[in-house]
Design a protein around this ligand. Sequence first.
Ligand SMILES: [Mg+2]
Length: 421
Amino acid sequence: MTIKTWSRVIALADMNAFFASVEQVDNPDLMGKPIGITNSLTGTCIITSSYEARAFGVCTGMRVKEAKRLCPGFIQIAANPVLYAKVSTRIMDSLQDISPDIEIFSVDEAFIDLTRCKKVWDTTPEVIGMMIKQKVFSVSKVKCSVGISGDKSTAKWAAKSMKPDGLTIIPPWEAATKLRDVAVTELCGVNIGIGAFLAKHGAFTCGDVARLPISILGQRFGNPGKRIWYMCQGKDPDKVQTNIKLPKSVGHGKVMPPNTTAKDTIYMYLIHMTEKVTQRLRKNSLTAQCFYIGLKTKHGWLGRKFKIAFPSNSSKPIIELCKIVIYRYWHGEGIYQVQLTALDPREEKGQIDLFEYDDTKDHQLNKALDNINKRYGEFTLAPANLLNRSVMPNVIAPAWRPHGHRQTIQDVNLEKRESGK
Ligand SMILES: [Mg+2]
């Protein structure tokens, strides 16, 4: 039966042991050998390993020492994230030949929505699956597991159910039955916490969850909770997030008290803009490597474009740039406005951050910070130098508030202008 009879056709391609497979392709001597990737050769923790190593019980997160004990021929390989990103890009580009509707889910996983291509590929899901696998293999020599169903969650579960080099097809009308006895925590995105909550309500399998009223999940977890209820029945409503248009730039600027010459105040405004820009980058899973920082004087803008060593969405490297602007480009001129813009932002390559250990710490900190701010309001937590920000008009006051409350209105307008961006 061709995919014409399916209302939606969604495939998930998952590269097998991606980083290890790329290394084996890159160096044929490693083919068929038990290898494990670590962050440089001094790394002690295994990021991923080849299937040959996995056969000995080696797994992600394991210490190299333990891996060598379990698997005598174990070979440690230093991670080469640039190579993995290159191969990943090649794979993702090639999948566009099958359907333009692709969601790059991670460095080694992509959803392919074939619903709009049903007429073009008037064939069986088995043929589609083989086509995807061949496509990936032809451009990368890496094998992948493919799951095909009528929704994202079931397709993902299907892909996971047969590894490596698997192809699992679950027609949409069979999904609910197939999932009935599957533990709900096996579905992507259903973590132990949600599992524990459902267990308290006597629901362990997808079938159990389907029997609960949807409101139990909705009340506890909101819309994501409702989504789980549908996922359990093979009716995940989530769309393949295609054509995510990247913004050309992410910037924030702010008008300053006219003719500000206090270094600390200018610095504080720049840090404030840094926090705003980086938070917005993180919120949209973007990073940037080039930043424009400018200070507006009576005669025009002072400042320039900077390129940092690695794409980032943390404030730390950008604050360093702000310092450079203040110490090298500013010579005491009166400032009227500050501007900070992240140029050419790119999608954050989540898994590649694994290699930047220092960055990971930053990343976790930023994540925690963003979550807290999301819950309690912007700048509940912020760098110490911004703690005065909420009273910024007071800080500014002596310098530019000659007329008492009139300027307070001005402050409100400034805030409005800023928040309207
Ligand atoms: Mg994978």
